[in-house]
Design a protein around this ligand. Structure first.
Ligand SMILES: C[S@@+](CC[C@H](N)C(=O)[O-])C[C@H]1O[C@@H](n2cnc3c(N)ncnc32)[C@H](O)[C@@H]1O
Length: 417
């Protein structure tokens, strides 16, 4: 528009209206509007088209799309591998690996270092070094039409988003609450960990998201979930229905600032007012969750990279609840830890494209302190998985040597109060 001196020539044309009209003329379906604006812009058609052609020659590109400068988010999204979670309710890792091998993919085994994930190319794939049922393909691999995806045998889920259910790891038969559950990727992951034995009480405020979730759970074969369109803050912790709830996953609404393929950073940065409102809700929800009397272990997560929604929420609520709960030092080999804003914050996990090849994410695992438990011993707690040290779960989902892992974990659990 500058090159064609459009706004100089047409003083009555505002910049916003000019952009819409020129977009339609050059990139859209042509100028559909009638009246004087159409006449006015059509007068400049030849110059505008010539300027567009000149711009492409200058930038050495042949199609219009190539004129778009990739935003930071797009560049990061291009680097994040395609993660595929094997849905163990319907199949097993070895069968999925065999299927992809038959499709011409070459399986490189289990990765031991993150660098192996970033160097994947073509039709190569790996088993993730941290999560036992997560396959890793090169970025941009699209499986949305794949037979296994359509049949619910594989779930397309970012690695960071698999962490909360994996770290919570409720044993088969547990009663679990998924406080803010829709659209349900983490719920179906927990159902798989429970092997559909036990009960997941899943809440969400949004009926449309719950409807999507319901379809998704059927496709995934998750049959141990009870869905409720209810504000989690109104769920009564003293209701006998929840008296056996020992595990809670809380993944509340957040700013989503960690999602890489969103708007450019400057457009998506949440305002301080929005952050305050979100953090207020997140604190309330976390504090409410810790009131469930039989609760043993809780995973708190967000897809936000803001300290206000992550470390600050966890620290405020831990202080509010006194010594009853402590942070667990999860996945010690994970390279990116919580910001050191309070003693023990490094027990939390952070994720981001550069350090962990995932979307931006935060997870904290809280555990009831032994002496504060109302249920006696914490013997039902699951083994913790690590890259090194071999606590990787076997195909049927059982931990190796849960008792020794539990002992180890007690040592590693870091009391922050
Ligand atoms: C980050 S999303 C959850 C994503 C989900 N855990 C998953 O993995 O698919 C947050 C959800 O919290 C729901 N939500 C917000 N406030 C809520 C409340 N007070 N009670 C229950 N759900 C709530 C939103 O409707 C939204 O679906």
């Amino acid at each position: 528009m500058d090159g064609a001196a459009l706004l100089k020539a047409e003083k009555k044309l505002t910049p916003h209206l000019a952009k819409v009209l020129v977009y339609d003329l050059l990139f859209g379906k042509g100028l559909k509007c009638g009246g004087r604006w159409k006449v006015l812009v059509l007068k400049h058609r030849a110059r505008l088209q010539a300027e567009l052609a000149r711009l492409k020659v200058r930038r050495k590109v042949s199609c219009n799309e190539d004129l778009l400068a990739p935003t930071e988010g797009v560049i990061q999204a291009l680097q994040v591998p395609r993660y595929v979670r094997v849905n163990t309710l319907k199949t097993c890792k070895d069968d999925v690996v065999d299927y992809f091998k038959r499709q011409g993919y070459s399986y490189l085994g289990r990765a031991t270092r993150m660098e192996e994930l970033s160097s994947l190319s073509g039709k190569q794939f790996l088993l993730d070094p941290h999560l036992p049922e997560l396959l890793v393909f090169p970025p941009q691999t699209d499986f949305h039409e794949n037979r296994l995806y359509v049949a619910g045998h594989i779930i397309l889920q970012d690695k960071a988003s698999c962490l909360p259910a994996f770290l919570l790891s409720p044993p088969s038969g547990s009663h679990v609450i998924d406080a803010c559950a829709a659209p349900g990727n983490k719920t179906s992951h927990m159902a798989a960990i429970l092997k559909n034995k036990g009960q997941i009480f899943a809440f969400d405020l949004d009926p449309n998201r719950l409807a999507t979730m319901s379809t998704m759970l059927v496709r995934a074969g998750a049959s141990c979930c009870e869905l409720a369109n209810q504000d989690f803050l109104t769920v009564d912790p003293s209701d006998p229905k929840y008296s056996n709830v020992t595990y809670i996953l809380l993944d509340p609404s957040c700013s989503g600032s960690g999602m890489v393929n969103r708007l450019p950073a400057e457009e998506s940065a949440p305002s301080s007012e929005r952050l305050r409102a979100l953090a207020r809700f997140q604190r309330k929800a976390l504090s409410h969750a810790l009131r469930f009397p039989a609760l043993q272990r809780l995973a708190y997560s967000t897809c936000s990279v803001q300290q206000e929604e992550n470390e600050d929420v966890v620290w405020d609520v831990l202080q509010e609840h006194g010594p009853a709960f402590r942070l667990v030092n999860v996945l010690p080999s994970w390279p990116h830890r919580g910001l050191a804003t309070f003693p023990g914050a490094e027990c939390c996990l952070r994720a981001c494209p550069a350090a962990t090849l995932t979307n931006g994410f935060f997870v904290a695992v809280l555990e009831r302190q032994q002496e504060c438990t109302s249920q006696g011993s914490s013997s039902s707690l699951p083994a913790e998985a690590e890259v090194d040290g071999g606590a990787e779960r076997s195909q049927d989902g059982e931990g190796r040597g849960p008792r020794s892992a539990r002992k180890k974990r007690r040592k590693k659990s870091r009391c922050v109060k």
